[in-house]
Design a protein around this ligand. Structure first.
Ligand SMILES: Cc1ncc(COP(=O)(O)O)c(C=O)c1O
Length: 400
């Protein structure tokens, strides 16, 4: 089959693909561990990881084998039948967690749709049908389908799509007074990311964690933690909420869980699971066997002894290196984040820095308008982090 060079791919993409993304002119043709290779022969150190998806890097051998083996058996049977791989994956996700049941879907936004529906159904079934209000935060990101978009506290993303589903209120991130004023006995759920990733790599304050835990106790509202980006070890513990002591009733996963295949999960405590009935919700593809086979490899790897300890060590190394660069270049500001979800603030346009970095062979992403976001694979090596810091230094030296 003919292979496009970088420019051809970019130009032809513009011809036939809906113009919804600001794409770079690259045609990746191969991935290996923390590296990607393009059609023009360039090599890149990948600190985007498909936006926090490729936790084990590219072409992780056990993932490749699991996908190949399952594809040769069957690719789909539907949710009319139990699926052994779903069961095994659910058991791994639920182990050592407060959750007792899992619902599998295909993406982050769907995992959040399910969480919102389950939370509302819970109060409906226990005789409080008016309890539908979901309180979320400005600068949050929960997805692009209508329910998840309504939860997302970014008016610009909602604009032009007509009326959003009602019952969602937003308060400022870390504003405990605003949250206390908003939550009452009509509140169905408080929904939040343990760390607001897309909104600018914003960490949660200890006061906010205490406030949410207290409001949950006082009013019996549910807490939904969106761990789509923060979960599966990205912050240094399997569930990001545990780092902060944030209590949760429903949590959502996607991104890293399927090793790049479309997979999402909504995990819930027993009291929520117990009220659900057949037909309340569903999906044709959710929990697809190939995605679950890949997911099992991911979760087994992350749960190996020392894996998360190493993530935390690498995090310290990357954080220290970023802080050094922040002291060297006056246009750089705070280093933010947790684990291997780190942000570096810049007064100079981050889009320009990202372009310079690409030329140096380092891929990074942005978060909000002025934050460079670093999302290396969770199994990144110490040498690769040093290489990234060197490339970053080279690029920053060219910023005018
Ligand atoms: C925290 C969070 N929630 C939800 C989503 C939506 O996930 P998806 O793009 O798989 O629908 C994202 C995606 O970036 C996310 O970061």
């Amino acid at each position: 089959m003919e292979q496009f060079c970088n420019k051809d791919c970019f130009d032809q993409d513009k011809d036939v693909i809906a113009p919804l993304y600001g794409k770079a002119s690259i045609n990746f043709v191969k991935g290996e561990g923390s590296y990607l290779f393009d059609a023009d022969g360039h090599k890149y150190l990948d600190f985007v990881s498909g936006i926090a998806v490729n936790a084990l890097g590219h072409a992780f051998p056990a993932v490749v084998t699991a996908i190949q083996e399952q594809a040769a058996k069957f690719t789909h049977v539907s949710n009319l039948y139990p699926n052994e791989l779903q069961v095994k994956l659910a058991r791994k996700l639920l182990a050592d967690s407060p959750y007792t049941k899992a619902f599998f879907c295909n993406s982050g936004t769907e995992a959040n749709e399910a969480a919102i529906k389950f939370a509302r159904k819970y109060f409906n079934r226990i005789g409080q049908p008016d309890r539908v209000q979901i309180v979320t935060f400005f600068n949050s990101f929960h997805g692009r389908t209508f329910g998840a978009l309504s939860a997302t506290g970014q008016p610009a993303l909602q604009e032009g799509f007509g009326s959003m589903p009602g019952g969602f209120s937003h308060v400022a991130w870390n504003d405990t007074s605003a949250l206390k004023a908003m939550v009452n006995e009509k509140t169905c759920a408080i929904m939040l990311e343990p760390l607001a990733a897309e909104g600018g790599v914003l960490t949660i304050s200890p006061e906010m964690v205490t406030t949410i835990n207290d409001l949950r106790n006082e009013f019996g509202c549910l807490v939904i933690t969106d761990e789509i980006q923060t979960g599966l070890g990205r912050l240094g513990l399997f569930y990001g909420a545990d780092i902060y002591g944030l209590k949760s009733d429903i949590t959502t996963l996607a991104k890293a869980i399927g090793a790049g295949l479309p997979l999402g999960a909504t995990l819930m405590r027993g009291k929520v699971a117990d009220i659900l009935k057949a037909g309340d919700h569903g999906t044709t593809f959710g929990g697809n066997p190939i995605a679950c086979a890949a997911g099992l490899v991911v979760v087994n790897e992350i749960k190996k002894p020392l894996f998360l300890e190493t993530v935390r060590t690498r995090s310290q190394q990357l954080k220290a290196g970023l802080s050094q660069l922040a002291s060297k270049y006056s246009f750089l500001g705070d280093v933010r984040g947790e684990g291997l979800l780190l942000g570096l603030c810049s007064e100079k346009p981050v889009a320009d820095i990202i372009t310079l970095l690409r030329k140096e062979g380092l891929l990074v992403h942005r978060a909000g308008a002025n934050v460079l976001r670093f999302l290396p694979p969770l199994n990144v090596s110490a040498e690769e982090i040093e290489e990234a810091l060197q490339k970053l230094d080279n690029a920053l030296a060219q910023v005018v």
